[in-house]
Design a protein around this ligand. Structure first.
Ligand code: ASP
Length: 324
């Protein structure tokens, strides 16, 4: 056998071994890292899909919260994990914005992961402590303009969706507010409920039940369309902040180099999870819905992430806000 055929045979043996290994996947529990604190909206989405994915894969999908640095600590952990399908990342729009907000990230959000699929697009809401005086969005805008940096605005750190929303609001109103960072909007919500901070912009997956029970005051939604489950809330776009639009898309990833067979198995499990009637019903209660099946795919998330990286870079550069 010449050198070339020896190498070809070795490659075939290696390929068959890895393909056999991938066929047996998963053989042990899978960790799904949420890069924000427990009890927040990304955590809620992760826990809702982890249950049906566990059934589909025949192995436990365990959610682990690694909050901090606007989601980049948890994402960085997954970027460096073994690409064996046992460590996944459930992230959001911050995967795209952090690439521009952090000039010294130890991983490249657009290159360090294998995309598995999009999960859901979630509207955000502008919510406040329940005793905030302004009665509607117009009055709230006047109140913010009067009180400026006396106003405290909670977020989940630079790179989070709540940070992005707040930054866009401050820039649209041309008013600086004082931002208060948390490891996720779960703990930020606790402080908003306690009246320690004034305002927050957060996903409906965290704010819906608090709005419906009157524990927070809600002013508007951040999408161009109103949200069916919160019919009383106007859009910011139609209430004095024209053009305002942020929605939080969530995606599921594995570290770069995870075998295609494994990624495909995970994508199939994600697609099934998103069809689960309990997931659909719970998402609807929380003001959202699963993405269409053809978006819960590696190609769709890959394309979306690349488009979002390109979309946010000039906006963030123009705002001139950096984490470092
Ligand atoms: N909603 C948060 C954000 O602002 C993150 C979270 O706790 O899920 O990005």
């Amino acid at each position: 056998m010449n050198r070339r055929s020896v190498l070809a045979s070795a490659a075939i043996v290696l390929f068959s071994a890895s393909s056999a290994w991938a066929q047996g996947y998963p053989e042990r529990p899978i960790t799904m890292i949420v890069p924000f604190a427990a009890g927040g909206p990304t955590d809620t989405v992760a826990r809702l899909i982890a249950e049906p994915m566990t059934k589909m894969l025949g192995q436990q999908v365990i959610v682990e919260n690694v909050g901090g640095a606007g989601g980049t600590l948890g994402a960085g952990r997954v970027a460096k994990a073994d690409p064996d399908g046992y460590t996944l990342l459930l992230h959001h729009i911050g995967q795209a914005t952090s690439a521009s907000l952090y000039r010294k990230l130890p991983y490249k959000p657009g290159e360090a992961f294998e995309a598995i699929g999009l999960v859901t697009d979630v509207p955000m809401t502008i919510v406040a402590r329940s005793d905030l005086e302004p009665a509607d969005v117009g009055a709230l805008i006047e109140w913010i303009k009067t009180n400026k940096d006396q106003v405290t605005l909670a977020n989940a750190g630079i790179g989070s969706a709540s940070h992005l929303c707040g930054m866009l609001l401050m820039s649209a109103l041309d008013v600086p507010m004082t931002t208060v960072p948390y490891k996720g909007t779960g703990p930020a919500m606790t402080d908003l409920l306690g009246g320690q901070v004034d305002l927050m912009c957060d996903q409906t997956t965290n704010t819906s039940s608090q709005i419906k029970s009157g524990k927070v005051k809600a002013y508007a939604v951040t999408t161009k369309e109103k949200v069916a489950s919160l019919p009383d809330l106007p859009t910011l776009d139609a209430s004095g902040v024209p053009g305002f639009e942020v929605a939080v898309w969530h995606g599921l990833y594995a570290p770069k180099g995870t075998p295609k067979e494994v990624v495909d198995k995970l994508a199939a499990a994600l697609q099934e999870a998103l069809k689960d009637p309990k997931v659909v019903e719970r998402f609807a209660d929380l003001g959202t819905e699963p993405v269409a099946q053809d978006r819960a795919t590696p190609a769709a998330l890959d394309q979306h992430l690349q488009a979002e990286l390109a979309r946010w870079q000039p906006i963030i550069e123009a705002a001139g806000v950096y984490a470092d």
